[in-house]
Design a protein around this ligand. Structure first.
Ligand code: TMP
Length: 206
């Protein structure tokens, strides 16, 4: 039985997700909601180990399908260990990235297509977000926001790849308009958080 509420955040690298996730967490906690914040790939000891394999710059020979399967494996562990139990206890789960990341990065940008949908359906079953906030950032702006910090294996991919990720997200937004709320990440932090909290407060009150 599932009684909680599942929110995911999506967007290209440098879209400002982390800032908005923190603001939403405080907004919900101030209103008395029990919030579990987690991230992908990661969020459990096993999934964090898988994360370090996926993002390690030294693994440049990683096959695209290996990459997609590792993301799905990390996700299966996170769902069974953290997300599903939290939802069954009536908590609000906020996840930094979920299946849509695999659809944008692996299905669209890597070109693996529908196989990514299939392996992820196997990994998460019916555990999908009730609402997904998509922060839309032009990939060039996103890349410049990453600045000088060291980039991981995915962030180091070509600008063409990141352009495809962006296009993938726009397609997902069109495909799932009832679940995905797209917001222009070029707007101010306050305006973006205002849109998000308004949308979520309305849904949680129901
Ligand atoms: P993060 O930087 O948001 O923590 O995510 C790590 C990187 O992994 C980021 O570049 C996006 C990428 N990614 C995928 O390619 N597929 C996925 O399924 C997920 C969850 C992340």
């Amino acid at each position: 039985m599932r009684e909680g509420y599942f929110i995911s955040f999506e967007g290209g690298d440098g879209s400002g997700k982390s800032t908005q996730i923190q603001i939403l967490r405080e907004f919900l906690e101030e209103r008395g909601y029990d919030v579990i914040l987690t991230r992908e790939p990661g969020g459990t000891p096993i999934s964090e180990k898988i994360r370090s394999i996926i993002l390690d710059k030294a693994n440049s020979e990683m096959d695209d399908m290996t990459e997609a399967l590792l993301y799905a494996a990390a996700r299966a562990q996170l769902v069974s260990q953290i997300i599903r139990p939290a939802l069954e206890e009536g908590k609000v789960v906020i996840c930094d990235r979920f299946v849509d990341s695999s659809m944008a990065y692996q299905a669209y940008a890597r070109g693996l297509g529908d196989s990514v949908k299939t392996i992820n359906a196997f990994a998460v079953g019916d555990c999908m977000p009730d609402l997904t906030i998509l922060l839309k950032v032009n990939p060039q702006v996103g890349s410049s926001r990453i600045g000088n910090r060291e980039r991981d294996r995915i962030e180091l991919a070509s600008s063409d790849f990141h352009k495809k990720v962006y296009e993938g997200y726009l397609q997902l937004e069109k495909l799932y308009p009832e679940r995905i709320v797209g917001i222009d990440a070029a707007d101010t932090i306050e305006n973006i958080s205002g849109i998000i909290s308004e949308r979520i407060a309305g849904l949680l009150e129901r």
